[in-house]
Write a protein that binds this ligand. Structure first.
Ligand code: ZN
Length: 428
């Protein structure tokens, strides 16, 4: 995201990843001060470097989960297979009504472990108790863009009363650490009044931070918006000054071609969440092929664990690619390298996907290539069509090793906390 600078990364000892494969060549990658400092077959570890042996593995930029509600791990598998509104009204919303900040902290910690173990090094979140999300991010060492969900139920006066809380939470998120980036999080056009949307757009502009909102997820959302405002959702966002290059819209399932052109013109990113769309039977999914053809920046999100139910982008990128080949009756659309670029955040300036070059952020993953599943295949195809997140061995964020040998510190404690808290929430 804008503001994802590497100069503010936490101090980590210089790191040398030796004997690792990049584009079929054995190299050493040195990371220092949060960035890739040097890379090549002639690069060697320096005295004082932490050395990581990358034998049997390939190195690549970490993946970017462009839309999730991380703490919904607490509600994973709760009310699966119910119709959308019944699921929300009888399971999700009652449970969320009794969520505490500590619940959100532990649920987010679990989600982060799962994301690191499947290759995500940066996620974009929207949920309740966002300062607790920010705390979990800081304690885990992953990178995240954190937004507090904002809902006023269409009542501008209610929205007005929430403004001090929003500003306070943004300050808390901002202060949580160098890998934590604040964003505003209006839930959607059907849950937030236009005056509140306009105010949040102003706040985002003043602070130069992203806006994270659900957009045109269901056909009903579009019809209701037209009935209430005589505008479709993108036009409503445009009317309140909310479409721009710092705006990230989740879903975009029911966008028409003119709306794709509008988003392309504004530089607004769409985070497609194909697995959530399929599971909740949204009837349509974002037409990423047409969107990219028209110049819309795009990313890939899992959505929350209650509607996916995993947070494994390597699983979802396969479904993304296959779904669009199927829909287009054309196996040539969204080839593996392109699909992987989308999952890496490289198809959106806002998501700040990067390459493997000196000066790029040291947000990288090591993927096992010496497994039966990965043999023998070129890497992008193996990762998109054959791999799952379980091929990811090591994750480095801001030059700091946050997972090695698939082990994330504290995992047992986090799982125990989530089990206890989840049992309590599901009794409501
Ligand atoms: Zn969502």
């Amino acid at each position: 995201m804008p503001g994802v600078t590497t100069s503010d990364s936490p101090a980590a000892a210089p790191l040398a990843i030796t004997n690792v494969t990049l584009d079929g060549v054995k190299v050493t990658v040195r990371c220092a001060a949060g960035v890739i400092a040097a890379i090549g077959s002639d690069v060697v570890a320096q005295p004082g470097d932490e050395v990581l042996d990358g034998g049997g593995m390939a190195i690549m930029p970490g993946l970017v989960n462009a839309h999730t509600h991380a703490a919904m791990t607490l509600l994973r598998g709760y009310g699966d297979d119910l119709p959308l509104m019944e699921w929300l009204q009888t399971r999700i919303w009652p449970a969320e009504a009794s969520l505490t900040a500590d619940d959100v902290y532990w649920g987010t910690r679990l989600a982060i472990i799962e994301m690191l173990r499947s290759g995500t090094t940066h996620f974009v979140d929207m949920y309740w108790h966002a300062p607790a999300v920010a705390r979990a991010v800081a304690d885990s060492g992953i990178r995240a863009t954190v937004s507090s969900v904002f809902i006023d139920g269409g009542d501008a006066a209610d929205g007005q009363s929430q403004r001090p809380r929003v500003l306070d939470e943004l300050d808390q998120i901002d202060a949580a650490g160098p890998l934590v980036h604040p964003a505003v999080g209006p839930h959607a056009v059907y849950t937030v009044s236009p005056p509140s949307l306009a105010w949040l757009a102003e706040v985002a502009d003043e602070r130069q931070i992203p806006i994270h909102i659900h957009l045109s997820e269901t056909e009903g959302e579009v019809a209701d918006c037209v009935a209430a405002h005589r505008m479709r959702p993108p036009a409503l966002l445009e009317s309140v000054g909310m479409l721009g290059a710092r705006t990230l819209c989740a879903h975009g399932n029911w966008l028409d071609d003119a709306e794709l052109d509008l988003l392309a013109t504004r530089g607004t990113t769409v985070a497609t969440c194909p697995v959530s769309n399929l599971k909740l039977a949204n009837g349509k999914t974002f037409d990423i092929v047409e969107g990219m053809r028209r110049g819309v920046p795009v990313g890939l999100g899992t959505d929350g664990a209650a509607s996916n139910n995993s947070l494994d982008l390597l699983n979802d990128v396969k479904i993304l690619a296959l779904l669009h080949k199927h829909l287009a009756s054309d196996p040539a659309v969204l080839p593996a390298a392109e699909a992987l670029a989308v999952a890496s955040g490289a198809a959106s300036p806002l998501l700040a996907g990067h390459t493997m070059a000196p000066g790029d952020p040291a947000d990288v993953i090591l993927v096992r290539t010496d497994t039966p599943e990965m043999t023998p295949s070129p890497l992008p195809e193996a990762l998109v069509y054959a791999a799952s997140g379980s091929m990811v061995d090591t994750a480095v964020v801001g030059g700091r090793v946050v997972m090695r040998n698939r082990e994330v510190p504290g995992t047992d404690e986090v799982m125990a906390e989530v089990r206890t808290r989840s049992d309590r929430l599901r009794k409501h």
